[in-house]
Design a protein around this ligand. Structure first.
Ligand code: A3P
Length: 298
């Protein structure tokens, strides 16, 4: 892909959703900082840990888990610092600036497809945690979330969002392309692939796996603290993590809670049999080049 690199003064906030290199990005609040020279020259530090997800894959859950592992289960930090400061979104201008000025943790978050990563990323040994989730659950979670976000293109119905998802015309582009791009790193030592499903199935062992990857030793008591403080209910009630301070005009939190149901397989309550079958057909076609063992659903 030929990268478009712009000067800072050429980059404006989008006033609507736009496609860049065939990937849809949302307008109004998002400045496409990832098109600037400054971004292109951004240097990752040796100790950085990059959390990458396709939206609605359990990003906030993982941000909380990482924060808690970092503090060996002590919840003081997650109770006193906003989640977006603990693991700033590298592609959001305000967060990118925060990251450069007041870096307070090794964690960086992103939904960006791999081809938008700055050049230094590909030369660095930065640790990458990539969380995947059953795409049919992502469709449902995504539809219900984006429709209450003022700066996102709103689908009139789940049927319409489903069609957009199948075409890849949703924020951050095609799920299939996102997964293919990031999984190209799956054999690298600095890459850890996790899934929402394994977090749900065996959180304790997944937390141990993550702490080993990060090189953080956790005793039994610390693991218990991590598990208790990252539970769905505790996070939903934590004002530093539940977006309660975000203005209603940006996200309608009643309509679009980040902490909605927190279960696997909710797609069965929303997609029709025909939609699920058509999706599965496309999935088989698009994913046939990747080992099915990587994906713990179906
Ligand atoms: P649902 O909409 O299916 O409930 P992201 O953080 O990437 O936006 O993902 C949001 C999804 O993760 C939502 O899924 C949300 O409920 C779920 N989630 C967030 N925190 C969770 C937790 N502690 N345990 C389980 N699921 C969680």
């Amino acid at each position: 892909m030929e990268r478009k690199i712009l000067r800072r003064d050429e980059v404006r906030k989008f006033d609507k959703n736009v496609k860049i290199h065939d990937v849809l990005f949302m307008g109004v609040t998002l400045t496409p900082v990832f098109l600037t020279e400054e971004w292109h020259n951004f240097e990752f530090a040796e100790e950085d840990v990059l959390l990458v997800t396709y939206p609605k894959s359990g990003t906030h859950w993982m941000m909380e888990i990482l924060s808690l592992i970092h503090c060996r289960g002590d919840p003081k930090w997650v109770q006193s610092e906003f989640i977006w400061n603990r693991a700033p979104w590298i592609e959001v201008d305000e967060c990118f600036n925060h990251l450069k000025k007041n870096k307070c943790s090794p964690f960086i978050s992103s939904h960006l497809p791999i081809q938008f990563m700055p050049e230094s990323f590909f030369k660095s040994k930065v640790k990458v945690i990539y969380v995947i989730r059953n795409p049919k659950d992502i469709i449902v979670s995504g539809y219900l979330f984006w429709k209450g976000v003022s700066y996102a293109q709103k689908a009139e119905s789940l049927d319409q969002f489903y069609d957009w998802f199948m075409e890849g015309s949703v924020p951050y582009g095609s799920w299939f392309d996102h997964v293919h791009g990031w999984l190209s790193m799956r054999e690298h030592d600095n890459f850890l692939l996790l899934s929402y499903e394994e977090l749900k199935r065996d959180l304790r062992n997944t937390v141990k796996k993550i702490s080993q990857f990060l090189g953080v030793e956790l005793g039994l008591e610390a693991i218990d603290l991590v598990l208790n403080n990252c539970s769905f209910q505790v996070m939903k009630n934590n004002n530093m993590s539940n977006y309660s301070s975000i203005d209603e005009s940006i996200v309608n939190k009643k309509e679009s809670p980040i902490f909605r149901k927190g279960v696997t397989g909710d797609w069965k309550n929303h997609l029709t049999v025909a939609q699920a079958e058509t999706f599965d057909k496309l999935y088989r076609e698009k994913m046939k080049d990747l080992p099915s063992e990587l994906f713990p659903w179906d």
